[in-house]
Unconditional design. Structure first.
Length: 256
């Protein structure tokens, strides 16, 4: 399965058709089965904006959107991950990061689960030879010091609830595999070298293309768009034609 993910930099109902087509073509021209966008404004019509924020809705909040098979719009369900054991230090039993144990205090934008056309009890096709399917999530991390805290929180939660034998309190009906794609607002090396990864030896697979995906006007360009998964052989690529006019990000393409 091939998935495109793109931060489309505040695309909304007033976005002109040329810019909209330019951005969607960046994804569709690569033959994706599904594409996911973030930074949609709430009134965006295609793809329909799915507001997964934890705060009261406003006209300026940044939303997700997803389309399957070119024209089937998808629902995105907000998920509230809970603190799990890996988020706590094994000796002190305190959280690795300040900010508390409530994910909503670390990120305004929530974790989104992309619902298959068959409904919320279904799963996306699994990797070759893998029965049971995949749960696909998207996330737009805060553009602040909370980015590492929020992504680390998600990494701990995913690693815990997707164990072969899920622990008590894990959501019911999970697939054996997961894939989280997003604008993480930190580079994959920053998570890999973080205290939570090096102390607890988390085993989430970081899947990235190894190229800068965000063009900065104030500092250096960075690789902010990538994936976390428990699947092997996940390939992430990006476009070679430079940044699309209308976005400061490159799309990424995740294939398994």
């Amino acid at each position: 399965m091939k998935i495109g993910f793109f931060n489309v930099q505040r695309m909304g109902s007033n976005t002109d058709s040329k810019r909209r087509n330019r951005l969607t073509n960046k994804l569709n021209n690569r033959g994706v089965d599904m594409f996911i966008m973030c930074e949609l404004l709430p009134r965006c019509g295609f793809p329909p904006a799915r507001n997964c924020n934890y705060r009261l809705c406003t006209s300026r909040q940044l939303c997700y959107g997803a389309v399957y098979d070119g024209d089937t719009t998808l629902n995105i369900q907000r998920v509230l991950p809970l603190r799990t054991q890996p988020y706590r230090h094994p000796v002190t039993h305190k959280n690795f990061y300040p900010g508390g144990s409530d994910f909503r205090k670390l990120a305004n934008r929530g974790l989104g689960r992309v619902i298959p056309p068959a409904g919320p009890l279904a799963h996306w096709p699994g990797p070759a030879g893998g029965a049971g399917g995949v749960d696909i999530y998207c996330f737009h991390a805060p553009a602040s010091k909370n980015a590492e805290r929020a992504v680390a929180f998600l990494a701990c939660w995913l690693e815990t609830v997707y164990q072969p034998v899920p622990p008590p309190g894990a959501p019911a009906g999970l697939a054996p595999y997961y894939l989280l794609v997003g604008d993480m607002n930190l580079e994959p090396e920053e998570l890999e070298q973080s205290k939570i990864y090096t102390v607890n030896n988390l085993t989430n697979q970081i899947a990235n293309c190894g190229m800068n995906t965000h063009r900065s006007l104030r500092g250096r360009d960075r690789e902010l768009d990538w994936a976390l998964t428990n699947m092997d052989d996940v390939e992430v690529t990006t476009t070679w034609g430079g940044y699309a006019r209308g976005s400061d990000h490159l799309p990424i393409f995740v294939e398994y």
